[in-house]
Design a binder for this molecule. Structure first.
Ligand code: PEP
Ligand code: MG
Length: 755
């Protein structure tokens, strides 16, 4: 007896074969599309079959029909969102209606003579999640099309999508009227993630190109191939999950859990096998199901659902690899701009930096790990470019303006020319900064400013030499932990710290102990979800509750120092007791290591970050115990303004050049001066011209900034009269001037301050 699923598919398989013949036949595109709709109508016993293709203006044009008035072909155009076709566009999903005229979206076009039709089934024609058109069948009587019919129409639409977008079917002039790929110049505004400008060619961060055999000669064999590939996939996901073979920066445990769940999800597997069993090749089946998910993803608003659909898409990509369907990652073109939904930090490190010019992300936040790596690589990045993947095609020219957070897609010639002038100007500015490398940072009125840099990765280290930074004012030790897929071993930690100290030579390095928690969650450590992570169990709170990790880190730091000077700093100190407890742990560790015969640092200086308003108002007491402090303005301002630095709606809502925050910062500078304790500022503001000028005017004489900011900030310092601006700033703050920033910008214009 034959398998019922085989029987049920046999009619539709013959449809796919028929379509292959039609498409391979000679004749114009119109002739072939007419034959195609006729074959579908006949196979599905429908009275009408119509194909609508999307025009560049997003309207839907009737391209071929069997059953509607042929004179309506190329005449009927449905506006964006109009009618049932518009509804399918909106949903990117099939619409199966027994009584179409009763649907709220139904609209009537007299020229098509579609009045008497009731049963309706329409499916989107999707390619790579992008909608190219709609394929619909209708019947005179009220009819609910079967799941098999839906399946068959989706398969045909998938084949059609491939053929239309391959460019083989339509002539160049016809293609110009179809939105196969967007051709208009567009620009997207996202967020600046890593500063810079770049011109280049879009490369989609995709698993590669899927081979184009779409229709299976032997559907049973295809099903078996697919089932084998699914078994392989499950096995490989399990292996990854068990930690074997998970490379640095591979998917996190949470993502692997989602992979595992989907790899065993019967619904997903059934959809794949159905698609393969119905006559598509195994690759085309995966591609079809992936395309449907992708289309849903592009319209999904719920971030959780989007995240899961992304996971599912990644899994489909893996499945394609198991099918051997994917060409290996081709070499990047000379000026590649990587376009991705999101990217892992380690993945980013794998690209050839000499060819990769910029990164544009549909998602991504400035504090994401990839952003940190990108900054270290000096790779311009724009994130939060919503709709990016829907608009960019491989090979498109892109202008990435990561100074303003704008991406121009397929720019016209004058726009590109203007942009290239800006790129050139930027290059010249950078060359000018390089010439300042060995010049001490001293204001016009003689105040020496110590200009150090922030770091956290090995790739940052060469920047010490290149920028002329006077040391590392903040080494974020948690980066090593965040980039690893396991807790870094003692030897790994020690080696990194030793490399940092070796690279710095005579220059001082301040190591900040682990600042985990909040947004910096380790994928391999169980973590409870917190409703308010910025105010939660993070940094020192976590370290003091679980001192094992901190003591381990102390050991690595002491050992790496090997008799040199050790500067250590604690994050997010909120009470004196926290500082004391941490310091006592460090002292105990030093004693313990001395007992075991380790070389002890020649000198140990212990400092505290000033990141909470609570510690600002205990600063005099803290400075009796701390050897130095550093203002972590990113967090301090987050807590001062009660505005989450991770939340783009509020992160930039309040200007830190506000009299309230400037008073607080001025208070810190004064107390440190009176206590004769060194203080620096290491939050992002220290690297921004206007803000850095204000900090120096308030009395701060040490800044630690991202490597790329060393040059620009030094240039500003050389043109600044600290006393003069100090007097002005004090007046503005005393008068509670609301617009200190504008005053400062005016001041810069009239005084020649180079911001
Ligand atoms: C800060 O908060 O300003 C800071 C330097 O620490 P991080 O950005 O790593 O939280
Ligand atoms: Mg901080």
């Amino acid at each position: 007896m034959s398998d019922p699923s085989t029987r049920k598919h046999s009619g539709h398989r013959s449809l796919l074969r028929h379509i292959r013949e039609i498409m391979a036949a000679k004749g114009t595109a119109q002739y072939r599309l007419d034959a195609l709709v006729k074959a579908i109508a006949s196979n599905l016993h429908a009275d009408v079959c119509s194909l609508y293709l999307r025009r560049p203006d997003a309207s839907m044009e009737l391209w071929a029909t069997q059953g509607l008035d042929p004179n309506a072909v190329h005449v009927t155009r449905l506006g964006a969102g109009e009618g049932l076709v518009g509804e399918i566009v909106r949903l990117s999903r099939p619409l199966n209606l027994t009584e179409a005229p009763t649907h709220s979206a139904f609209s009537f076009h007299p020229e098509t003579a579609e009045d008497p039709f009731h049963g309706f089934l329409g499916v989107p024609v999707l390619r790579g999640g992008r909608l190219l058109g709609v394929l619909a069948v209708q019947s005179r009587e009220a009819r609910h099309y079967s799941n098999d019919d839906v399946e068959a129409l989706q398969n045909v639409s998938m084949v059609l999508a491939e053929i239309v977008s391959s460019g083989d079917l339509l002539s160049a002039s016809e293609l110009a009227n179809v939105a196969v790929r967007p051709s208009r110049a567009e620009s997207l505004t996202g967020r600046r993630i890593s500063d810079g400008l770049a011109v280049g060619q879009a490369v989609l961060h995709d698993p590669g190109r899927v081979k184009t055999i779409l229709i299976a000669d032997d559907p049973e064999a295809e099903k078996t191939r697919l089932e084998d590939a699914i078994l392989d996939l499950r096995h490989s996901v399990d292996t990854l999950y068990q930690g074997k073979g998970n490379r640095l920066g591979g998917p996190s445990r949470a993502v692997l859990e989602a992979y595992r769940m989907f790899a065993n999800d019967q619904g997903w597997l059934d959809r794949l096998c159905e698609a393969a069993g119905s006559g598509l090749s195994a690759e085309a089946a995966v591609e079809r199901v992936r395309g449907e998910h992708r289309a849903r993803l592009l319209s999904a608003k719920d971030p959780y659902l989007r995240e899961r659909l992304h996971d599912l898409e990644d899994l489909a990509n893996r499945l394609l690899r198991h099918l051997g369907a994917v060409d290996e990652l081709a070499e990047l073109p000379e000026n590649a701009i990587l376009v991705a939904r999101a990217i892992g930090p380690a993945e980013l490190l794998e690209f050839d930096r000499s060819r990769l010019k910029a990164l544009v992300l549909e998602e991504g936040s400035p504090t994401s790990h990839a952003a940190i790596v990108a900054r270290a690589l000096r790779l311009p990045v724009v994130g939060h470019a919503t709709g990016l993947l829907d608009r960019v095609s491989p090979g498109d020219t892109l202008l990435v303006d990561a100074e303003e957070g704008i991406v121009s897609i397929r720019p016209d010639a004058p726009t590109e020319e203007q942009f290239r002038i800006r790129v050139d100007e930027r290059r010249q500015r950078r060359a000018a900064y390089a010439r300042l490398r060995d010049k001490p940072a001293r204001t016009k009125d003689g105040q020496r400013i110590t200009l150090a840099m922030n770091a956290g990765l090995r790739v940052d280290l060469p920047q010490l030499e290149e920028t002329g930074a006077e040391g590392i004012g903040l080494f974020r030790t948690e980066f090593q932990f965040l980039l690893s897929d396991h807790l870094p071993r003692l030897t790994e930690q020690t080696q990194l710290y030793r490399d940092v100290l070796d690279a710095a030579g005579e220059r001082p390095v301040v190591f900040r102990t682990l600042d985990l928690g909040g947004d910096k969650v380790l994928p391999y450590v169980a973590h409870e979800r917190e409703s308010n992570p910025a105010l939660g169990w993070r940094a020192m709170r976590m370290a003091l509750d679980r001192p094992g990790l901190l003591r381990y880190q102390f050991r690595a730091l002491i050992d790496a120092t090997g008799g040199r000077e050790l500067n250590i700093m604690f994050p997010l100190i909120t009470t004196l007791m926290e500082f004391r407890t941490a310091r006592a742990l460090l002292d105990a560790e030093i004693k313990r290591m001395a007992r075991f015969g380790y070389t002890i640092p020649a000198k140990v200086r212990v400092g505290s970050m000033v990141e909470t308003p609570a510690i600002v108002w205990q600063l005099e007491s803290l400075l009796k115990e701390a050897d130095f402090v550093s203002v972590g303005a990113n967090d301090l301002m987050q807590y001062f303004f009660a505005a989450d630095r991770e939340n783009s709606r509020v992160a930039e809502r309040y200007d830190i050049l506000n009299t309230g925050s400037l008073r607080m910062l001025g208070h810190i500078a004064n107390v440190c001066q009176q206590s004769m304790r060194p203080v620096s500022v290491c939050g992002e503001i220290a690297g921004q011209g206007v803000e850095a000028a204000a900090l120096i005017a308030l009395g701060f004489t040490a800044l630690s900034v991202p490597p790329d900011s060393v040059g620009p900030v030094k240039r500003m310092i050389l043109s600044l009269d600290q006393k003069d601006l100090g007097i002005k700033l004090a007046e503005w703050v005393a008068e509670a001037q609301t617009n200190v920033r504008e005053n400062l910008l005016d001041y810069a214009r009239t005084s020649g301050l180079a911001l």
